[in-house]
Each structure stands twice: as structure tokens, then as C-alpha cells.
Write a protein that binds this ligand. Sequence first.
Ligand SMILES: Nc1ncnc2c1ncn2[C@@H]1O[C@H](COP(=O)(O)OP(=O)(O)OP(=O)(O)O)[C@@H](O)[C@H]1O
Ligand SMILES: O=C(O)C1=C[C@@H](O)[C@@H](O)[C@H](O)C1
Ligand SMILES: [Mg+2]
Length: 167
Amino acid sequence: MKPIVLVGFMGVGKTTVGQLLAQRLDKTFVDGDHYFEEQLGQSVPSYLAEFGEEEFRKQESRLLPEMLKKFDVIATGGGIITLEKTRQYLKQTQSVVYLFDSFETNYARLVADTHVRPLVHHQRIEQVQDLFTYRQPLYDEVADKKIYVKGRSPDKVVEELIQLVLI
Ligand SMILES: Nc1ncnc2c1ncn2[C@@H]1O[C@H](COP(=O)(O)OP(=O)(O)OP(=O)(O)O)[C@@H](O)[C@H]1O
Ligand SMILES: O=C(O)C1=C[C@@H](O)[C@@H](O)[C@H](O)C1
Ligand SMILES: [Mg+2]
């Protein structure tokens, strides 16, 4: 199977949906942030605090092709589209699916989630919204399919993904 790569803003559900999709299809799954932490031996928040975002993006970009070689379903980190070089790589990759939802739904999830995301932690809502708006065209640019989550359950999103990518 050609890998399925999920992209989208923090909190849209890439990890949740990706895991469920892989289970349904009996395929392997990897979460980009988890893979990063395993390979670098450091948590993402701690790495960002120590080395900064530029270095984090370089490492994230380097690890992406490795994940595509090793796994069937890949949930990328929310900022995977930041570097031009990484966007070029994703554009040449098949089955990149952009999961998107309204800013309000996304933000509500981020606030409720216990998982720490340094780029939104302690930021004002306006700053998170600016980042969300800035990134939309970048996800669009790299994706060849797009799913509007529309507040639906992860199960429903997985059903749509299967229809869209595999049938
Ligand atoms: N369709 C959904 N409906 C309701 N809650 C959801 C849905 N998808 C995910 N969630 C919840 O939203 C939160 C964020 O989900 P998840 O960690 O999968 O997002 P993500 O896109 O992987 O974020 P990140 O880019 O930061 O890794 C979690 O608490 C998860 O349980
Ligand atoms: O959207 C982002 O820039 C990020 C999302 C997370 O998945 C992590 O990769 C990290 O916290 C940065
Ligand atoms: Mg995730």
C-alpha cells in the first residue's frame, strides 16, 4: 500500500484519525511527533525549548521520508508545511490528505486537550488564529485530497478517508 499522509492544523485530529484508520485497515501507523521523540531521544517541547523552531523543522523534514518508507499511515506534526523544502517533498507524494475544520472547533479541542503544544501554549487566541489562517493555503498546496471534519466523530472521518483514498 502507498502511504497515506495526514496533514492539518494542531488539534484537528490527525493522530486520532490516523491511528483508527491504520487499525481498520490492519496497517502500520506512525505519529510524526512520536517518531521524532523516539529518534532524537527528547520530547518535542523540550527540543523546541533547547534548539529552537528552525532546528526542529530541519529534523522534522529529515525524518519525514524515513517515516514514509517504514509506515503505511503517517500523522504529521501540525507544522510540517512550514519549510518550502518539505512542502516540495509532500507535493511529490501521493495520498496526502488535509484534515481541516473551523478555527473555533480546532481551538476548542486545543484548549481541552492535555497534550502540550508549545506553539499555542500561553498564546492569545488572536495569535493562534493568525497562525491557523497563515497555514491554510500551505496545507492546501501540499494536499491532493481534503476532508472537512465538520465536527464529526473520528469514526466518521475514517469512513470518509477510506472512501476518498482507497475506493
Ligand atoms: N473528530 C473528533 N471529534 C472530537 N474530538 C476529536 C476528534 N478528533 C480528535 N479529537 C480530540 O482532539 C484532540 C486533538 O486530537 P489529535 O491529537 O488527534 O490532533 P492532531 O491533529 O494530531 O494534533 P497535533 O498536530 O498537535 O499533533 C484530542 O483530545 C482528541 O481526542
Ligand atoms: O503545528 C506545529 O507547529 C506543531 C505541532 C505539533 O504536532 C508539534 O510538531 C509541534 O508542537 C509543532
Ligand atoms: Mg498529532
